[in-house]
Design a binder for this molecule. Structure first.
Ligand SMILES: [Zn+2]
Length: 112
């Protein structure tokens, strides 16, 4: 998966899904351009993934060589607890992290 634009995943409702945890509406505009993650667009309110930072080795020491490797590594550490990491008032009442991640990987199996 070489094209950063493939990290702009949308569901049937047109909501942008976080490429790490699948949270819908994680960004109000696409967080990836052909150059990679766009810094300053969003921080996922669920897993706190920040495109352009967490997937950029020049910015974060925890980022990997590629966006997909960074996504997978970040997801592995989030998946230990699958907890809501952001502000509680943004957490949906029906929050189900396992279901949300399963939906992401169904729509975008290339992010597995
Ligand atoms: Zn997320």
């Amino acid at each position: 998966m070489k094209n950063p634009l493939s990290f702009n995943v949308t569901n049937d409702s047109g909501s942008l899904l976080c490429p790490v945890c699948g949270f819908p509406d994680f960004a109000s505009s696409p967080a990836y351009s052909k150059n990679g993650g766009e810094i300053g667009v969003t921080i996922c309110p669920c897993c706190l993934w920040e495109p352009g930072f967490d997937d950029c080795p020049a910015a974060s020491a925890r980022a990997k060589e590629t966006i997909i490797a960074s996504v997978k590594a970040y997801r592995r550490s989030w998946a230990v607890t699958k907890q809501w990491g952001g502000k509680r008032d943004r957490m949906p009442e029906n929050f189900d992290s396992a279901d949300q991640l399963a939906k992401l990987l169904e729509i975008a199996p290339n992010l597995k």
